[in-house]
Write a protein that binds this ligand. Structure first.
Ligand code: ASP
Length: 439
């Protein structure tokens, strides 16, 4: 049995937490490979080491040398080593790191040093080897880990019973350090799990797994015990952000389950994310509700639109020209709507409207601003006729007008568009309907 464990920023925030991580690892001998994030916040208002490193980069760019921000980074690591009682020469490592940051003068390299240093310290604490992600995770020109990555990692891990791997970065095709997007240590963990042929990818964080809805909207929502990869994808795309949205791909392909665990409450069960094939829903029709605000919808009406060859193509060409991606295209026989992130479309809105009119001469073109989308997700909804009736009745009861509905062909989710101002009220109504007895 092999488990790969990734620990997030809060789990790495101070020396006491490093010791907590050590305990968690030593309790279970299957926990062989460890992926670490950079230390995160210790308390509200505290800085994250990665943010301080981005600041360090700005200092180096302006003055050529590391300054105050790096001094804060150094202090964080110094106190971790001290608090956790790690036997190592931290001063030499911090000095050497400062020199390398000044020599490289590169943003990604600087940002990656949080994971690098955290990994070096964790390896010293556990007295096991450290693997520099730069040597084993190689990015292609599009910024995705390339084919060599798995071979390199597999070879490295084969010889090691246990090891610590630094999260968040690898090496680009130009030989320079490159990072994933923020929160990317989750992706590193998934890659290591796949390369190690792990039976389980444990993702240790500061919450006990996914919740059925945003706790800022509904206090104490039900926890989700089991999720399929696809449900997870839908929920995290729509804003449930426990896990980096790209972290599922490496493990999904290999069918490795993910277990979300809480470093601060290891006894809590957490959420298990399982392959879609053979996934048995919990018996509840809805698994979770997620959503986001601030979308703009452009809707078009044209008689006999369905028979006009190339209609959608011509509209999409306009979006392409403006470099705008869309989220959904709900459509009827003579109508079609494009749902777009407002931040992307607003600067170009007038031009886009004009160019679409010129391209397809619609009978009507209109814009609905300030829309929120709510995704109601669950395998249990498939082919369950009564579910949408319950959903829309619940929303109607609160007096909210549904402006848009989109149901994917998988029937795994229903997306409801309402005005931003009705967002919270709608989420609450949907939660009450499907989870009400647990409030
Ligand atoms: N330290 C990086 C960040 O804050 C990556 C990670 O924690 O996953 O985004």
């Amino acid at each position: 049995m092999i488990k790969v464990c990734k620990f997030g920023g809060t789990s790495m925030a101070d020396g006491i937490n490093f010791l907590r991580v050590k305990n968690i690892l030593e309790i279970d001998p299957a926990r062989r490979y460890v992926v670490v994030s950079a230390p995160g916040k210790r308390f509200g208002g505290d800085g994250k080491v990665t943010d301080l490193l981005y600041e360090t980069y700005r200092e180096v760019k302006e003055g050529g040398h590391v300054g105050e921000a790096y001094a804060k980074v150094a202090e964080r690591f110094r106190s971790i080593v001290h608090e956790a009682g790690v036997a190592m020469d931290i001063e030499a490592l911090l000095f050497e790191t400062a020199l390398s940051i000044e020599a490289e003068q590169a943003e990604d390299f600087t940002a990656s040093r949080g994971e690098y240093l955290a990994g070096r310290i964790m390896a010293a604490l556990l007295q096991i080897p450290f693997i520099d992600a730069r040597d084993v995770i190689k990015f292609d020109a599009l910024g995705r880990p390339d084919a060599r990555t798995y071979d390199l990692l597999r070879d490295r891990l084969r010889g090691l019973r246990r090891a610590v791997v630094a999260g968040f970065y690898g090496e680009g095709p130009d030989g320079k350090v490159k990072t994933f997007s923020r929160g990317g240590s989750d992706v590193t963990g998934a890659i290591v799990a796949r390369a190690a042929g792990a039976d389980l990818y444990e993702n240790w964080t500061d919450v006990s797994g996914f919740l059925a809805c945003d706790p800022r909207i509904v206090p104490n929502p039900a926890g989700i015990r089991r999720l399929s990869y696809r449900e997870l994808r839908e929920l995290s795309y729509m804003g449930a952000n426990v896990l980096h949205s790209e972290a599922i791909f490496p493990v999904r392909e290999a069918g490795i389950p993910i277990q979300i665990k809480n470093t601060f409450r290891p006894e809590d069960e957490g959420t298990r994310i399982l392959p879609d094939k053979g996934f048995v829903p919990s018996g509840r029709p809805v698994t979770g509700i997620a959503g986001k605000k601030n979308f703009t919808v452009i809707f078009l009406e044209k008689s006999l639109m369905n028979t006009e060859i190339g209609f959608t193509y011509r509209v999409l060409e306009v979006f392409k020209r403006h470099n705008i991606s869309f989220e959904h295209i709900p459509s009827g026989i003579d109508t079609m709507s494009f749902v777009i992130d407002s931040e992307q479309i607003l600067p170009d809105l007038e031009a886009v409207e004009r160019e679409i009119s010129e391209a397809v001469h619609p009978d009507k073109i209109g814009v609905i601003p300030d829309m929120a989308l709510i995704a109601v997700v669950g395998h249990g909804m498939s082919y369950n006729v009564g579910i949408s009736a319950r959903l829309f009745t619940a929303i109607a009861r609160t007096g909210v007008n549904v402006r848009m509905i989109d149901q994917g062909s998988s029937e795994l989710n229903i997306i409801v568009g309402v005005e931003n101002v009705h967002y919270e009220r709608t989420v609450r109504a949907v939660y009450e309907e499907f989870f009400g007895s647990e409030i």
